[in-house]
Design a protein around this ligand. Structure first.
Ligand code: GLC
Ligand code: CA
Length: 531
């Protein structure tokens, strides 16, 4: 059945809702805005939309601090707006994936307010409360993401609570059966409404060491690295008992037809693939972020693909991610010209691709002036380049005020070149990166070799990375020139010749190819092989 599920052959598109389309002039994107842009997404050809959180939230971490798991923040709209969006997504044959944030709630969630109200409260153990160490200090040495200790003292009840992220994001206690049941009910609430799956936030964080042992120091830490990395997260996440929890979520999804469970997991490969579950009872797609951290070299990329293919459990479906709302944009990491190679790589590898909004127009990170910084990480650890605002700027749609994103003042500045680099302009330029993305997506939708074919004959020669995707008799050769010099792509000896299906430069489609074909700097080709 490999490749037959929608989430195996489909392409996922991530929307950061604050930045996609504003419909009411407040400068912040919303659900109705997304609904207004569905025709664009259908034109682009994606299959599923994953939307970052839009639930009621004090926005300490821009929606990843949830005060009500079963509602919509008024900033983004109403449940009726959500239902309309879902219906319109489905009407176009697309799927909708929600962001589920089970590791922590907002400190404003009624559950936490009850929990902190007294040591005897029935919800006390819904969160992680510990007595101070004998000297009054936190219970252990764990550190928080975004800076500072992971424990905050609550003077009223004399205990500390644990938060892997901001103090405004207390961690839920997943050892409590009531917490698990309440969170499974949240999944059911949205599944009953008709959503097609979830991307689960920091899923590897849910279980912590039962004894709360100190994390060991990280010998590789140096100033300039995030302060959390002073310690290895040995006891605070990726504990062996996490896999039962993932399986429990999966079982909820499996009681509905055709739903997908995606896990956000930043772990080394061998620990990442464990999240498929021993019997594939875990996440359908543990997010594979390796391309985000790879040096942009043919050899390195080829090695990563080979290791990943080899590490996958039997029946485990691969997936690839180039960027997301927490990372530098791909065009900034590798270069604007190289972003085209990245697009061809993402859409020709074996496995479900996830595309981050704006990549398709070649959006780069946007420098954010100090007085417009929004991200709490940048505020807590300023000037070190950890801030995520630059990769979260509004989508540029068309020439004109705020590039069509809003009639008001956008919550973050747009790209300086937004009057040229926008959907409307690039759509009209048939050699643009946007048109390249669309052609790649169309090709992937029409060529089973690309969406479910075998990945074979990978090899590297200098800056050239080449591989074949094969389905039945259909053989597609992909050649990617990662370098700044021309390269020669040689067809396999058993191929009589070939025809160019697509070049990243969009100027030689249909050309016939004999034994060899020259690749220009930063050019990628997809060649259909004869014989
Ligand atoms: C995930 C999200 C990130 C958020 C964090 C805390 O890593 O992707 O944006 O800040 O979890 O929820
Ligand atoms: Ca709005």
């Amino acid at each position: 059945m490999a490749g037959s599920q929608w989430w195996q052959h489909g392409i996922v598109y991530q929307i950061y809702p604050r930045s996609f389309q504003d419909s009411n002039g407040d400068g912040i994107g919303d659900l109705t805005g997304i609904r207004q842009r569905l025709d664009y997404l259908a034109w682009l050809g994606i299959d599923a939309i994953w939307i970052s959180p839009f639930y009621p939230s004090p926005m300490a971490d821009f929606g990843y601090d949830i005060a009500d798991y079963c509602g919509i923040d008024p900033m983004f709209g109403t449940l009726e707006d959500f239902d309309r969006l879902l219906a319109d997504v489905h009407a176009r044959g697309m799927k909708l994936i929600l962001d589920f944030v089970p590791n922590h709630s907002s400190s404003e969630h009624p559950w936490f307010k009850e929990s902190r109200s007294s040591r005897d409260d029935p919800k006390r153990d819904w969160y992680i409360w510990r007595d101070p160490a004998p000297d009054g200090e936190p219970p252990n040495n764990w550190l928080a993401n975004f800076g500072g200790p992971a424990w905050t003292f609550d003077a009223a009840t004399g205990q500390y609570y644990y938060h892997a992220f901001l103090p405004e994001q207390p961690d839920l206690n997943w050892r409590s059966p009531q917490v698990r049941e309440a969170m499974c009910d949240v999944l059911r609430f949205w599944l009953d409404r008709g959503v097609d799956g979830f991307r689960v936030d920091v899923i590897w964080h849910l279980m912590k060491d039962e004894q709360f042992r100190d994390n060991p120091p990280n010998p590789g830490w140096h100033p300039g690295m995030p302060s959390i990395d002073r310690l290895l997260q040995h006891y605070s996440c990726d504990r062996p008992d996490i896999h039962d929890v993932v399986a429990q979520m999966r079982a909820v999804l499996d009681s509905y037809p055709e739903r997908v469970l995606i896990g956000e997991i930043y772990l080394p490969l061998e620990r990442l693939v464990a999240y498929y579950g021993e019997q594939l009872e875990g996440a359908h797609l543990p997010f594979n972020f390796q391309l985000i951290f790879a040096a942009w070299k043919a050899e390195e990329i080829a090695r990563i693909v080979a290791e990943y293919e080899a590490a996958l459990p039997a029946g485990g479906w691969p997936n690839w991610v180039l960027s997301n709302h927490d990372q530098k944009r791909i065009a900034t990491r590798v270069g604007v010209a190289e972003a085209r190679i990245a697009a061809m790589l993402l859409l020709t590898l074996r496995g479900t691709p996830t595309l981050y909004y704006g990549s398709e127009v070649g959006l780069e990170d946007v420098p954010i002036p100090a007085d417009r910084v929004q991200d709490p990480w940048e505020k807590n650890e300023p000037g070190l380049g950890f801030g995520r605002d630059p990769a979260r700027t509004p989508m540029p749609w068309a020439p004109g005020h705020a590039a069509g994103f809003t009639t008001g003042t956008p919550w973050l500045p747009l790209n300086a070149d937004c009057q040229e680099r926008n959907v409307e302009r690039l759509k009209a330029d048939d050699r643009s990166i946007l048109c390249l993305y669309r052609r790649l997506i169309q090709l992937r939708r029409t060529e089973p070799a690309l969406d479910r074919g075998a990945y074979v004959h990978a090899h590297v020669e200098g800056d050239l990375f080449a591989y074949e995707r094969r389905h039945g008799d259909r053989r597609l050769l992909v050649g990617l020139n990662f370098g700044h010099n021309p390269q020669t792509l040689t067809l396999p000896a058993d191929a009589a010749g070939g025809r160019v299906l697509l070049s990243t430069h969009l100027d030689r489609e249909g050309a016939m190819v004999a034994q060899t074909v020259a690749l220009r700097p930063a050019e990628g080709l997809i060649v259909a092989l004869d014989g």
